[in-house]
Design a protein around this ligand. Structure first.
Ligand code: GDP
Length: 324
């Protein structure tokens, strides 16, 4: 109790929601992301075009929303498999002319398993054969009851193509974000998650990260799970060179020694030695695991040959293997 009183109070401040769009193929994920980016990114400020870094930041009524650019549940699940949960809200998009399809159900199950709130976008409402009520009924059968039917799932009828009601959808995202009280400590030691990374011929390893706590600054030394590096440069979603990144926001980082994997976490460390030691340990452990895997594989091969009667000397080999 006393210890708790001595700790300096954390300065928790609101942070933008991080949103992933999921849904069945062809139901309009890409079209929706394109429309939102085109109309809500403050491109004036950047004097140009949005840059692909793996996530976009849009502004609605002066509030930021971060969209992960990889729609669909593959990225979502592969990140979660590594224990990284970056998504705050899932937009489940369902085409009103097609209705709930297998990947709609899959996406719904992933979001539920991750305990991430879902906002439903019933898309292609501009089509003459759109049947939004049928979609609502199908979703209600799966346990997502629309608000207007007394449930608690927000459903917005939109057209990603014409932009109809997309503003309202963004409004609802901000509302859900507010209800979920998304906050972060902007002064904590910076940490976050890799959302994508690759090797660039000119720039070397390039990783897009999302900061989850603290403020990441150029020059910081970052320890990832499989590599480390001193941040040489940071580029935001508009291609601008930036000096710092605050929680929920994405940035492309240069200066890493190797390419990390999507879903890897990072923290800032005090000095290069700390980072180098940690990675050396990781590499040594990995080397040992690989050697054991090779040993196991060759032993299995021996057993197989023994079963076939092709390896009469296997006992001797095994004994020597154990002894030395
Ligand atoms: P994704 O596979 O979920 O990313 O779907 P896309 O965004 O690629 O959309 C699939 C097709 O549906 C494309 O031909 C889009 O132009 C079309 N589409 C997407 N949204 C709408 C919409 O609101 N209205 C209509 N009429 N077509 C749409």
């Amino acid at each position: 109790e006393r210890k708790r009183q001595q700790e300096p109070p954390k300065k928790l401040l609101p942070r933008p929601p991080i949103v992933t769009v999921m849904g069945h193929v062809d139901h309009g994920k890409t079209t929706l992301l394109d429309y939102i980016r085109k109309t809500n990114v403050t491109a004036k400020e950047a004097g140009g075009i949005t840059q692909h870094i793996g996530a976009s930041v849009v502004e609605h009524n002066g509030k930021k929303i971060v969209f992960l650019d990889t729609p669909g549940h593959e990225a979502f699940t592969s990140m979660r498999a590594r224990g990284a949960q970056v998504t705050d809200i899932v937009i489940l998009i369902v085409a009103a002319d097609d209705g709930v399809m297998p990947q709609t159900v899959e996406a719904l199950n992933h979001a539920k398993a991750a305990n991430v709130p879902i906002v439903v976008a019933i898309n292609k409402i501009d089509k003459p054969n759109a049947k939004p009520d049928r979609v609502k009924q199908q979703l209600a059968d799966l346990g997502l009851i629309p608000e207007e039917w007394g449930g608690d799932t927000i459903m917005v009828e939109i057209s990603a193509k014409t932009g109809l009601n997309v503003d309202e959808l963004l409004e609802m995202i901000l509302l859900v974000a507010e209800m979920n009280e998304l906050v972060a400590d902007y002064e904590a030691n910076p940490e976050g998650v890799v959302i994508e990374a690759q090797l660039d011929k000119g720039k070397g390893p390039v990783a897009t990260v999302i900061v989850q706590q603290g403020t990441l600054r150029r020059g910081d030394i970052l320890l990832f799970e499989t590599t480390w590096g001193r941040v040489r440069a940071m580029i935001d979603h508009l291609g601008r060179n930036i000096k710092e990144v605050t929680p929920s926001l994405p940035a492309e980082l240069l200066g890493l020694n190797d390419v990390p994997q999507a879903g890897e976490r990072f923290v800032r460390v005090e000095d290069e030695k700390e980072a180098r030691d940690a990675i050396d340990k990781y590499l040594e452990k990995k080397r040992q695991q690989e050697m054991q895997a090779v040993k196991r594989a060759s032993l299995e091969e021996l057993f197989e040959q023994m079963e076939k009667g092709e390896m009469p000397t296997v006992r001797i080999i095994l004994k020597s293997d154990v002894q030395g």
